[in-house]
Design a protein around this ligand. Structure first.
Ligand SMILES: Nc1nc2c(ncn2[C@@H]2O[C@H](COP(=O)(O)OP(=O)(O)OP(=O)(O)O)[C@@H](O)[C@H]2O)c(=O)[nH]1
Ligand SMILES: [Mg+2]
Length: 300
């Protein structure tokens, strides 16, 4: 370790990443933190919780709050709880970042901006996925269109997936953080524990491999998490909403369950640098996503 250079007083605070589903909020948190804090899939409504990823650079610390994408709410209790988690994350923070997709602004973004505006907090704009814009001359008019919608503290076009132009975002957010001591230990990169990360690793693989409405009808609960000299030994329950879903999640001869287990185990092994003994069980809790008590008890 090198000696820390004393460059002045520390700044530290919280900034919420907010926006409609699928714009790349979680990808951005992971890219800024440099660790996989939050799961990412190509499907909307992947994130279901408020998850903090911690960025520490010299005298600056930003707790980036990842949130479920704000969505229309399709009537399930789970959808309402997810939107509540997103909206609740706009409270008690120092700044908000509205994340949108380059070249595409829809009613979902209008809805998200209205919520951001209502907070009265300083708000920056991230125009993500700029790598998707083939003709770069199309980007500037889009950015101008965005800036006309709100008096943003800053606008940063970037690609979270490629890691392009991330530094200006940290710099701009840093200006909005109050002077003060760090909120998290310097070696900590998330407020979530391994139990949570393990459950999310399994849920990520389920969301990736299941089709239609199934990704939205599963949740994962860690039944036991034991540290052993060879690495963690984890037993996880995949809760499904119907008996018929159980067969699909297990798959032909257990193929789906094996695929999910293998993927999650590899992820966790990579992250923990240890062998992971992961056992999966599938259980039915009828329409759990419409049952307030079930949604809460399953960690949402
Ligand atoms: N091309 C491109 N794709 C990206 C970029 N950032 C994210 N994606 C992809 O967009 C999809 C959604 O990313 P997420 O990070 O899960 O989006 P999110 O906003 O967290 O979504 P929710 O949790 O559902 O609200 C994934 O397939 C990502 O790989 C980017 O900069 N460029
Ligand atoms: Mg997400």
């Amino acid at each position: 370790m090198t000696d820390a250079v004393d460059t002045g007083p520390r700044r530290a605070g919280l900034a919420t990443l907010f926006g409609r589903p699928n714009v790349g909020k979680s990808t951005l948190v992971n890219a800024l933190v440099g660790e996989k804090v939050s799961i990412v899939t190509p499907k909307p409504q992947t994130t279901r919780h408020r998850i903090v990823g911690v960025v520490t650079r010299d005298d600056l610390q930003i707790g980036l709050v990842d949130t479920p994408g704000l969505h229309g709410g399709h009537g399930h209790v789970l959808n309402r709880v997810m939107n509540d988690a997103a909206l609740g994350s706009l409270e008690g923070v120092d700044a908000v970042v509205l994340v949108v997709e380059a070249g595409r602004w829809d009613e979902g973004d209008d809805r998200a901006l209205a919520r951001v505006r209502a907070t009265g907090l300083p708000a920056g704009l991230v125009v993500n996925k700029v790598d998707r814009i083939r003709r770069k001359e199309q980007l500037l008019p889009f950015i101008q269109e965005c800036t006309a919608r709100h008096d943003f503290a800053f606008v940063v076009p970037l690609s979270a997936e490629r890691g392009d132009n991330l530094a200006p975002l940290v710099e701009e957010l840093g200006k909005l953080m109050p002077a003060g001591e760090f909120l998290f230990p310097e070696d900590e990169y998330t407020d979530r524990n391994l139990r949570f990360l393990a459950a999310e690793a399994v849920r990520e693989k389920l969301m990736m491999h299941l089709r239609q409405e199934l990704p939205y009808a599963v949740t994962v609960e860690i039944e036991s998490f034991e540290e052993t000299p060879r690495g963690p030994r984890i037993s996880a329950v995949i809760w499904v909403a119907r008996e018929a879903h159980k067969r699909i999640v297990i798959g032909e001869g257990g193929a789906m369950l094996k695929r999910v287990g293998r993927g999650a185990r590899l992820d966790l092994k990579h992250r923990l640098q240890a062998a992971v003994d992961l056992r999966l069980w599938v259980k039915v809790r009828e329409d759990w996503y419409d049952d307030e008590a079930a949604v809460r008890s399953l960690g949402h």
